[in-house]
Ligand binder design. Structure first.
Ligand code: SF4
Length: 358
């Protein structure tokens, strides 16, 4: 194991059964033939690196569509005992035999795109699954042996009330999920919602809904640990924590990003090219990552914030304390050991982080 880096492995799976009207992630309609060729290209690219992985994350897209290939992909990588291995999944595909195959392949964490437990909200979001399928997905996962399950929810929908958010959060808690990601809906360019322009709550109302979500999730046993992520310590996403702690990872697949051997680079947003080429990256996007601005910006997304010892490493301790003192307590919390943003601070994180570090 000497001289072999221990990093995270991200595998981008750019296939979906259909496109949700709010989504601007890079994905195309699934075809079994293309997915097979894509999985072979993933394996070929993994073999290009000699790294040891302690977290693996299949993101997308809809990675569960690749369930027949996930075992061979994992076998091609040098994965640590006890590694966290996550697959994102759509509840409409969570059949017992698929989940059992994933569990047998070594996957130990599932992340379901539940989005809401209110039927009308799922219809608005154009999701393929029903609330009943979301319930079955979590139950089937438990039966297949999964003990670490995350669910996404979306807030800031037209006419959404605290009651509806609470209903979704309570149903997820009752089902026994261990981790919740709650994202605020935004209208992204080049999506159907950018054309139909649904009327979303204004900024003040969205802020109320976000702060309510943070409070309600904490009451239900999901304390906030990042702007959009909520879980007790043992169920926090080890892979995603790598990103926020500025640790290295290798990204494989069309449109995947990497931070490895001190450089940031990415793969073209082109499935055909990824399949055809032996190994392809677009080039270095940053050859001096990990500077103060980047480090602080990522760490301040976490409720743990940035410690004075970390700021000291960059020679910024005094400056950080001075700048934090000028910001209101409702946005920034200063303790004996460091600085973190409050939930209200997270709502305006770009400007608060800007004030603290530039
Ligand atoms: S939201 Fe998820 S399932 Fe829907 S199109 Fe985007 S990646 Fe695919």
């Amino acid at each position: 194991m000497n001289n072999v880096s221990v990093v995270g492995l991200y595998i981008h799976v750019p296939f979906c059964l259909s496109k949700c009207p709010y989504c601007d992630f890079y994905s195309v309609r699934y075809s079994a033939e293309q997915a097979h060729a894509y999985a072979e290209a993933v394996i070929r690219n993994i073999r290009h690196y000699s790294a040891h992985y302690d977290t693996v994350y299949f993101g997308g897209g809809t990675p569960i569509l690749l369930y027949r290939h996930i075992g061979s992909i994992l076998s091609s990588a040098d994965i640590a005992d006890g590694a966290e291995i996550t697959v994102e999944a759509n509840p409409c595909m969570a059949e017992p035999e698929i989940l059992e195959a994933l569990h047998k392949a070594g996957v130990n964490r599932l992340s379901f795109g539940v989005q809401s437990m209110n039927a009308d909200e799922l219809v608005f979001l154009g999701r393929r699954h029903t609330t009943e399928q979301a319930v079955s997905a979590v139950k089937n996962s438990h039966s297949a042996g999964f003990e670490n399950i995350s669910a996404d929810m979306i807030i800031g929908l037209p006419g959404q009330t605290e009651k509806k958010i609470s209903y979704t959060a309570e149903r997820l808690a009752e089902l026994g999920v261990n981790h919740i990601s709650a994202y605020i809906l935004k209208i992204e360019e080049n999506t159907p919602f950018a054309v139909s322009r649904p009327e979303l709550p204004d900024d003040d109302r969205t802020a109320e809904l976000y702060l309510y979500t943070v409070k309600r999730l904490a009451e239900l046993g999901f304390p906030q640990y990042e702007i959009s992520n909520f879980a007790e310590q043992e169920f926090r996403s080890r892979h995603n924590l790598r990103y926020w702690r500025c640790e290295e990872y290798i990204g494989i697949g069309a449109a995947a990003h990497s931070y490895y051997n001190g450089k940031r680079f990415c793969t073209p947003r082109d499935i055909a090219s990824f399949i055809q080429n032996e190994h392809q990256i677009t080039g270095i996007t940053d050859d001096h990552p990990g500077g103060w601005e980047e480090y602080a910006m990522l760490k301040l997304r976490l409720t743990e914030g940035i410690t004075f010892a970390e700021a000291e490493r960059y020679g910024r301790r005094g400056e950080l304390i001075q700048k934090a003192a000028k910001l209101p307590e409702r946005l920034v919390s200063v303790s004996g050991s460091g600085i973190s943003l409050t939930p209200e601070g997270f709502l305006v994180s770009n400007s608060v982080i800007g004030e603290l570090i530039f």
